[in-house]
Write a protein that binds this ligand. Structure first.
Ligand code: ADP
Ligand code: MG
Length: 210
């Protein structure tokens, strides 16, 4: 990765199936770090850019696109995210919290029939995270949180059969930066686990800033 040499920040990504509490924990961690003076940026994929908007429009009518078209949309969205936000912010020494990243593409588009490792190869343009927190909870727990807590119906990416497969692919991917999070407990318990993984990275991060 060409940008790796100038990289000073931290990239922490939140991965896992729907309703496991990723967005909730991004928000909590972002405030925790801000309160302690860290230069933190919270972002998410799909992004708010044109490709991300198009992906969101697929949430209800996913079969309008072939699996290759769908994968290309996710890659285009990520390429833009890396160029416009992730690479510059890492070079500036910021801590980026990203709600979903390329492991989600490997798992969700993998469940559509791609080899997850092929998807990861096609993501080599994107910087590896320093830490990928993999949120894991029984599928029913996540689905219950979505339908009761968020007050939503399941969308095309959240159908139960394919979500089992998505969870299995997430669990099968081995990378040194992946840390599993037991997301079945309370919001506070999960936050504690997140901090246990994040705080060891912070002193090194501060030292790198001087
Ligand atoms: P995700 O981003 O992984 O899909 P969210 O953070 O949006 O999940 O959480 C889904 C719903 O569950 C929200 O209504 C949220 O308030 C609630 N929630 C999040 N974490 C927990 C938790 N640990 N226990 C109970 N409810 C939770
Ligand atoms: Mg979310």
């Amino acid at each position: 990765m060409t940008t790796e040499a100038v990289r000073k920040g931290l990239l922490i990504v939140f991965e896992g199936t729907d309703g496991t509490g990723k967005s909730t924990q991004v928000h909590l961690l972002s405030h925790y770090l801000q309160d302690r003076g860290y230069p933190v940026i919270a972002t998410r994929e799909p992004t708010e850019g044109p490709y991300g908007k198009k992906i969101r429009s697929l949430y209800m009518h996913r079969n309008a696109y072939s699996r290759e078209e769908e994968l290309e949309l996710f890659l285009a969205d990520r390429r833009e995210h890396v160029q416009q936000l992730l690479d510059p912010a890492l070079a500036q020494g910021r801590i980026i919290l990203c709600d979903r990243y390329f492991l989600s593409t490997a798992a969700y588009q993998g469940a559509r029939g791609f080899d997850p490792e092929e998807i990861l190869r096609r993501n080599r343009f994107a910087p590896d995270p320093d830490l990928a927190l993999l949120f894991q909870a029984p599928l029913d727990t996540g689905l219950r949180r979505i339908t009761s807590g968020r007050g939503e119906q399941l969308n095309d990416f959240e159908q139960k059969d394919s979500l089992n497969q998505v969870a299995a692919i997430f669990a099968s991917i081995k990378r040194p930066y992946i840390q599993p999070i037991d997301a079945s407990g309370s919001i506070e318990e999960v936050h504690e686990q997140v901090l246990n993984h994040v705080t060891p990275l912070l002193p090194a991060f501060s030292a790198a800033q001087v």
